[in-house]
Write a protein that binds this ligand. Sequence first.
Ligand SMILES: [Fe+2]
Length: 582
Amino acid sequence: MLILGLNMFHADASAAIVEDGEVAFAIAEERLNRRKHFAGFPALAVKACLDAVGAKISDIDHVAVGQDSDANLAKKVQYALANPTRILNFIRLRQRKESMRDVRSLLAKAFEVDPPQLRFQEHHLEHHIAHIASAYYCSPWEKAAGFSYDGSGDFVSTMMARCEGNNVEVLDRVFLPHSLGSVYTMICEFIGYTKYGDEGKVMGLAPYGKDSYCDVISKIVTPKNSGFQLDLSYFKPLGSNSGMQILPDGTVHLARHFSDRMEALFGEPRQPHAEITQRDMDLAFALQHRFEEIVFHLLNHLHRQVPCDELAMAGGCALNSVANGKLFDRTPFRSTYIQPAAGDEGLAIGAALHTYHSVLQQPRRHELKNSYLGREFSDSCIESSLKKARLDYRKLERAPLLEAVAEQIAAGNVIGWFQGRTEWGPRALGNRSILAHPGLPNMKDILNARIKHREWFRPFAPSILADYQHEYFEHDHPSPFMLHVYKIRPEKRKLLCAVNHVDDTGRLQTVTREENPMYYDLIAAFHRQTGIPVILNTSFNENEPIVCTPEEAIDCFQRTRMDVLAIGPFLVAKSKGENRVP
Ligand SMILES: [Fe+2]
């Protein structure tokens, strides 16, 4: 049985294919069309799904979409009637959503077939149920608390659920306009981070701030019974503008969220690219602080309703790895399964698995143990790309390749590392990564000057052999998808200075041999050579979606000042002269 899952006409459009209950392939459209956070129809991703399982679109049995415009309709109507000046925007939004419900026509058009040839049944699933399903059905558990939170989806910002056996039972929803994601986005915009997806940058800025605004920011969002509420006077009214707009070319555009009250309180908003002031850092600090207080209030309430150790979590806010890292100290939960694609691309997997288990009542058998669900390329394909680019390369056996790459990292060089299948979700986890020495004091500056050109305050992340986590970090809970930030032990901070953030933390990826043998063995080789079981790991890109194909990797390698490219079994080095600062 083939089930195609889709996230479409929504940020991070994606497709996933579930074959007899196993996720066989999943990819975000941005990796294929090279347009970050693309929010149109994921035609290339669907094609890649079909190619991966050798199927035609007419072979698909079910199509599941992680969005249901009929969900929570009563709440939407209630809000619109209470705010008559904003009804027009709601009607426009609904018309747009109606036009994308016709999945059959969209797929028939994309694959140039007659609609009657498509025999699939169509399923639409509420946004946050799809988020929770994406985590729970990929977890190893038969029972868990389910939690999802983001800006909004189907008029809801937060959902709590009891997950048991095949079913996800919704216990509670927080409806718009109350949204923790909107609070985060609003303050990000105020301090000059105005693009969709900038929230992670502000999370990195927060530890540079002080607690000067915590009292004020805490008034913007307050706990209320099992949920929370916003003081709406700090926000532009919901429906007063177009909110998050999808432009005709699939670009996501954010309208201004903050009201004049923010300016009256804090002065002029920071313009993008202007200097970051202490005020901006303090606002980031207060925002992260309050965000954590509210989310732990919600999770503690959820635990009272579903008293178990296991928490399955997704939604864009579940990418807040700083909050995730504190969860074990601030709530009774003892294990997390956070979907590696916690943001909206993950809806494709959630909708497909929910159809299989909850709608069709097929037994649970799938556990998603790694995020390597995307495209891979044969050695011959990689070699022909190298030849086409006229690069000198050596082909090595596995063991000598790992030793040579580890030596290069130990010598302080920057490596492009391209192996196996692309990662699912926003993190590079050792298949499309740029790797470097975690213990060289100038490595962060080198990476930023030569390749990444990121904001000065953003940390780089460590990948660590899971067996050594307890020696280097103050927490033992695994972080296989780089979604937890933990304190680095005091005696190891100097050794990991290039990945030690200003507050002595690291957003680690714990690597086991079972999840990624090639990457594990590379870190083990580096460990043998240096005594450090950790490698600095950042995504293989330069202000673009993470590279997918060999050609894109080679282009990024040539365009930037990486030293070495390890692509499949091939090793390519630049001559030293090529990397000299002009
Ligand atoms: Fe979402």
